[in-house]
Design a protein around this ligand. Structure first.
Ligand SMILES: *Cc1c(COP(=O)(O)O)cnc(C)c1O
Length: 229
């Protein structure tokens, strides 16, 4: 299916990227924000190099994947062919994949428990690499979803800093699918302010404009660029 659709993907992805960039600029303008403060992370999960390369050629440099193994299968080759790529891990991280994640990713959005914080800290030291780190917050308190509960966040951030020696740069959330996202974005922004963090990873294809209105610095957009998965 990927090969068959390669041509379509190419044209569509290109147009999708231009559209999303325009919409980000407009949303930033509407919010009285500088568009350059908003980083677009193009989410490439399930898409192959034939869909991704045209988007790289169009100037996009930051990409997101939600599985370490899938990312390892396609990004080392792409990183070799194109300079300046920045790879973001936006899916849950298992401790047995932490070494591989530290080796491949430049930004990790999904720290949510002490075990992961500890193994990441050890791997970062061992490999001499320091990806930027976000803590995922389960703003909807969904039992099946990863993330620190809002009421536990301050203590977890303190342990990241004091016990694990990690420098956390921001917060990330994925609002419940069946609720309006804005209250979740507003909560994440409030938690970031309270904890002195400046980066907010929030907003996907369906809601990145609302996220920008509420302070997103990193929007994670897949299907609006690459088409449906
Ligand atoms: C897939 C994914 C996205 C992108 O979703 P779209 O709706 O395709 O834009 C963003 N964030 C996370 C964590 C994802 O897994």
């Amino acid at each position: 299916m990927m090969a068959e659709n390669a041509q379509n993907h190419e044209g569509a992805a290109h147009k999708g990227l231009a559209d999303v960039r325009r919409r980000i600029e407009r949303a930033a303008d509407d919010a009285g924000r500088d568009p350059s403060d908003i980083h677009l992370v193009a989410v490439t999960k399930t898409f192959g190099p034939e869909a991704i390369e045209p988007v790289i050629m169009a100037g996009q440099r930051a990409f997101g994947e939600n599985r370490v193994q899938e990312a390892e299968a396609k990004w080392p080759a792409l990183k070799q062919r194109h300079s300046g790529l920045e790879l973001h891990l936006i899916g849950p991280l298992q401790s047995n994949k932490a070494a591989n994640a530290v080796a491949l990713f430049d930004v990790i959005h999904t720290i949510d428990r002490d075990k992961i914080a500890g193994v990441l800290a050890a791997e970062m030291k061992k490999q001499g690499r320091s990806p930027a780190l976000f803590v995922q917050v389960n703003t909807g308190l969904e039992p099946q979803k990863a993330g620190v509960a809002p009421q536990d966040l301050a203590a977890f951030l303190a342990r990241c800093r004091d016990e694990h020696g990690l420098s956390v740069t921001g917060l990330m959330c994925i609002p419940p699918v069946d609720q309006p996202p804005s209250p979740h974005f507003a909560l994440l922004a409030k938690l970031a302010r309270e904890n002195g963090l400046s980066n907010l990873s929030m907003g996907m294809s369906g809601d990145f404009e609302e996220a920008i209105q509420l302070g997103a610095t990193h929007v994670r957009v897949g299907s609006a660029i690459f088409g449906t998965r």
